[in-house]
Design a protein around this ligand. Structure first.
Ligand code: PMP
Length: 436
């Protein structure tokens, strides 16, 4: 393709896109700028104008092995030649069994039943439905509300929205429509702080007062992602587990963002040596190749649900356990284990700590924090997203800030020079925000 034709077609593409396509959280009248990508390889996105960007976002936590990985592409192609899709009602297949086996081997003890579904938000819906059905089956249908913590994010479908942060989430807009849940104060004790026993009080008071209405606690273990990119103390999570047991309430761990090594442990629950009753996985499950999520539950949860009325778990998506997605997910997990992910993530953590430290010198920066392969620079004021994004693109990196947060979660295979380029760009662009 010649340069002329390329720029011509990219112009057409952008014109159509601007007129007709929604992007996440955007206005159709005043769309934010978008950059056309034509291919991606390793840690680089290639734009249609030939520019290459080092990707700091891993496509929102998912592309842990980098783009166009030969092993994953091969797994997908090979599976496509055999069985791309088949209904999971009344049929089963090897990719689903292989993936189920791997997940049960690797996830915290006690999880024994796997429900495959389409996306993170749907996984959260499924987990919440499991908790409601569990208590229904036990003859306690009044236990049908959820306790969560402020600053959380669990997805954009209705029950998922109902447990997102009440201020930054969509509660106002959907007032009267969203189910009403209980919100404990967010943990203030950071991951590296000394534990303060008072931090769990709001949570424990709510749980104690409403134990007869609450079917489950749902939270993001250790890392609160889209609700604020906060890392809280492992003791908080240990206390949550203890209190759930004490008050007869299930614990749902939403590991959709944290799963598969991102926080420095394979699953963030491991920081606190905690096993949930139900766990949601998504995002990096397929190495970012396609959408797939899984909800894991203990044998007890599975048995109780199945023993009550109507005797089955009431959910069954058309694309449940899609063989392409299951095959590529199994290949991604095997790759993760073979690749010594812990060394990779620790190396990235060290580089992010060093590379982002200069941001601390600015008055307009509130905090710089790193956990595993996640780096966050929190500013005093919201950033101008479009302008900041453009500045990053001019420096050859892809970083998409939101609100007051500039954050990165690179693919684990990112080399030192690219990490250096990413952190230098962040330091420069954050410095330009002073007085903005
Ligand atoms: N839970 C968490 C913790 C998430 O970070 C997200 C996605 N940002 C979701 C749920 C929803 O996942 P999806 O976007 O795949 O629906």
């Amino acid at each position: 393709m010649t340069g002329d034709r390329q720029s011509g077609s990219s112009e057409d593409l952008l014109t159509f896109d601007r007129r007709h396509l929604w992007h996440p959280y955007t206005s159709i009248d005043q769309p934010l700028p978008v950059y056309p990508v034509c291919s991606a390889d390793g840690v680089r996105l290639r734009l249609t104008d030939g520019r290459q960007l080092v990707d700091g976002m891993a496509s929102w936590w998912s592309v842990i092995h980098g783009y166009n990985h030969p092993v994953l592409t091969h797994a997908l192609q090979e599976q496509a030649g055999r069985l791309s899709h088949v209904m999971f009602g009344g049929l089963t297949h090897e990719p689903a069994v292989e993936l189920g086996r791997l997940l049960l081997q690797l996830t915290p003890d006690g999880l024994d039943k796997v429900f495959f579904c389409d996306s993170g938000s749907v996984a959260v819906e499924v987990a919440m439905k499991m908790a409601i059905q569990y208590w229904h089956a036990l003859g306690r249908p009044g236990k049908n509300r959820f306790l969560t913590i402020k600053s959380g994010y669990h997805g954009d479908t209705f029950h998922a929205m109902s447990v997102c942060d009440p201020i930054t989430g969509m509660h106002q807009l959907y007032q009267g429509i969203l189910p009403q849940q209980f919100f404990a104060e967010r943990p203030e004790c950071g991951f590296y702080d000394t534990w303060d026993a008072g931090d769990i009080r709001s949570f424990s008071d709510l749980l104690e007062s409403h134990r007869d209405e609450i079917c489950a606690v749902i939270l993001e273990p250790i890392v609160q992602g889209a609700g604020g990119m906060r890392f809280y103390h492992p003791e908080y999570l240990r206390q949550v587990r203890r209190l759930c047991d004490e008050h007869d309430v299930l614990l749902i761990a939403d590991e959709i963002a944290t799963g598969f090594g991102r926080s420095g442990r394979l699953f963030a629950c491991e920081h606190a040596a905690v096993s949930p009753d139900i766990m949601c996985l998504g995002k990096a499950l397929t190495g970012g190749y396609m959408t797939l999520a899984a909800v894991l539950a203990t044998a007890r949860v599975g048995q109780i649900i199945s023993s009550g009325d109507p005797g089955v778990f009431m959910h069954g998506p058309t694309f449940m356990a899609n063989p392409l997605a299951c095959r590529v997910a199994a290949a991604s997990i095997n790759l993760l284990i073979e690749n010594d992910w812990q060394v990779q993530v620790e190396r990235i953590a060290d580089q992010l700590r060093q590379g982002l430290a200069p941001c601390r010198n600015h008055d307009h920066v509130l905090d710089v924090r790193v956990l595993g392969a996640i780096g966050v620079v929190e500013l005093q004021r919201p950033v101008q997203m479009a302008l900041m994004q453009q500045r990053f693109v001019e420096r050859g990196v892809w970083v998409r800030p939101f609100g007051r947060l500039v954050y990165v979660m690179p693919p684990y295979c990112m080399g030192d020079a690219d990490l250096q380029m990413l952190t230098s760009a962040i330091c420069e662009v954050v410095a330009m925000e002073a007085g903005a």
